[in-house]
Design a protein around this ligand. Structure first.
Ligand code: KIV
Ligand code: ZN
Length: 515
């Protein structure tokens, strides 16, 4: 029989405390609803004593969320416990959880709390008793457990369970332990604490040495039944265990991990995207499970292998986490197999083009642009002068006057074939959208701006501005990237790349399909 792993999310507490701008009550509620919909068992909504805003958001969340248990953090101090209980008093669930914590390592006891072990034991017991006045669901965390002497850890755990703690959490607060060592701690607790069967054992790992997911999985294998973490692994310093990694490891390695979670896997991608947007945190492209490259195969050997059989290089499908089916990136590392695949995918049989010629042209373009897209392949295959066509639209003149208090004035001249066309506007406030509209007017191309990323990098004497954009035309995404020393110039030049791509796309359609 498979055993359940309880998923405890602390995005709103450990995650939020690491953000440079704290979240508003409304934003926290949105995150809580996303977590609830994804099937998280317990949501740690905040640390109510830390600020009136945090108190309010815990209150709001506990009055809104129906299907996940709400939990609040409290130090082993009566005022913290009372206020945590007050914030969750009107929760919709039958009960709420109070999460108590206290430093148990000698380092924390002596140099942070300035106390001795007996004081800590006493505070722990008294706090559990106090929290029991409000709820039967009490989690107790031995902060810095990863560096706590095992005997001390066991004494505290035994005593807090005796007084009513129902979940015992073992945090590797500073991400110090390695999997074998962490598993030994979990096993020793299970073997040495006589009443451990009266509580659920939980782990809370930090990622300072990159061990968070490894330690969490090891802990499950040794007997832990609750995993704490955050979406995308956000959290103090290098972050917490990324819950999506643990959840998908349990699912993917069901051959050796006889467990299940309540998570709706198909919500993972959407939830992580939305949370990273709300938190204003970019997900790095190589992040496991949710990074934009997590399912992209780049090298020719891998692409060929996946085309022969997905299982060669894919252990999880993007669809299983609710992401779109990903094809591979076409770059100079791609081989003929990938090109053939994309051409076939667009409906072109190999008889209609010469693969060797197309491959040569493709490599030249890939060396120039980095990434090549389907529409580029079509143009390379079916337009004789595909390279010259890149110069149909060119920037001839650009003037932007930014006038404080009275908006901007913009003049743009574009070469369109052998004509030069001009558009201008005065008194406009949003440069990005206005320039987009001016360019649309000149080119008469009905495109929509889908996404724009602006990045500036400086060193002492130089500044470079990258613009990466996507536009939609005729239900097709067109992409471009440009780096110059001026971000407006990068923006307009990337728009012009896109204009030329759309024009070529239109010519190919007309030529081959007469549309
Ligand atoms: O990392 C940690 O020790 C914590 C505790 C409050 C559980 O976040
Ligand atoms: Zn933590």
């Amino acid at each position: 029989m498979k055993e359940k792993i309880i998923i405890f999310d602390t995005t709103l507490r450990d995650g939020e405390q690491s953000l440079s701008n704290s979240l508003t009550c409304k934003e926290k509620l949105k995150i809580a609803i996303l977590l609830e919909n994804m099937g998280v068992d317990i949501i740690e909504a905040g640390f109510p004593i830390s600020s009136p805003e945090d108190f309010q958001s815990v209150k709001l969340i506990s009055q809104t969320i129906k299907n996940s248990k709400i939990c609040s953090l409290a130090r082993c101090l009566y005022k913290d416990i009372d206020i945590a209980a007050k914030a969750m008093k009107y929760c919709l669930q039958d009960s709420f959880r109070i999460h108590l914590f206290i430093g148990t390592s000698n380092l924390h006891i002596k140099h942070k709390l300035k106390k001795n072990f007996d004081d800590i034991l006493d505070m722990s017991i008294k706090s559990v008793i106090r929290a029991r006045k409000y709820t039967n669901d009490i989690e107790f965390s031995c902060e810095d457990a990863g560096r706590t002497e095992i005997e001390n850890l066991c004494i505290i755990i035994e005593n807090v369970i005796k007084n009513g703690a129902t979940t015992i959490n073992i945090p590797d607060t500073v991400g110090y332990t390695v999997p074998l060592e962490f598993s030994k701690i979990v096993k020793e607790i299970l073997n040495k604490v006589p009443n451990i069967d009266k509580a659920i054992l939980s782990v809370h790992c930090h990622n300072d040495l990159g061990m968070a997911t490894g330690n969490a999985i090891t802990a499950i294998q040794c007997g832990a039944r609750q995993i704490e973490g955050t979406i995308g692994g956000i959290g103090e310093r290098a972050g917490n265990t990324a819950l999506e990694e643990v959840i998908m490891t349990i699912k993917t390695r069901k051959d050796i991990l006889n467990f299940y979670t309540n998570i709706n896997f198909k919500d993972i991608y959407k939830t992580s995207k939305k949370i990273s947007n709300i938190c204003n945190l970019e997900i790095s492209s190589n992040k496991p499970i949710i990074g934009s490259n997590a399912f992209s195969h780049s090298s020719g050997i891998h692409q060929d292998g996946v085309l022969k059989n997905k299982k060669n290089y894919e252990i999880i499908s993007p669809e299983s986490i609710g992401s779109k089916k990903k094809n591979f990136n076409l770059t100079s590392r791609s081989g003929r197999a990938a090109i053939k695949f994309y051409m076939k995918d667009m409906g072109y049989s190999e008889k209609t083009y010469d693969l060797n010629i197309l491959y040569k042209k493709f490599i030249k373009l890939a060396d120039q642009n980095g990434r090549v897209f389907k529409y580029d392949l079509e143009a390379l295959a079916f337009l004789k002068n595909s390279y010259e066509e890149n110069k149909y639209y060119e920037l001839v003149y650009l003037k932007i006057c930014t006038l404080y208090n009275s908006g901007n004035k913009i003049i743009i001249k574009l070469k369109c074939g052998n004509k030069v066309k001009k558009e201008s506007v005065s008194n406009t406030s949003n440069l990005i959208f206005t320039i987009f509209d001016l360019i649309k007017r000149i080119s008469k191309i009905e495109m929509k701006l889908k996404k724009i990323i602006l990045k500036s990098k400086t060193n002492r004497s130089r500044i470079v501005n990258l613009v990466n954009l996507s536009v939609i035309y005729n239900n097709t995404n067109f992409h471009s990237k440009k780096i110059t020393s001026d971000y407006m110039k990068s923006y307009i030049l990337s728009l012009i790349i896109v204009l030329n791509s759309i024009r070529k796309y239109k010519i190919v359609r007309k030529k081959l399909h007469n549309v």
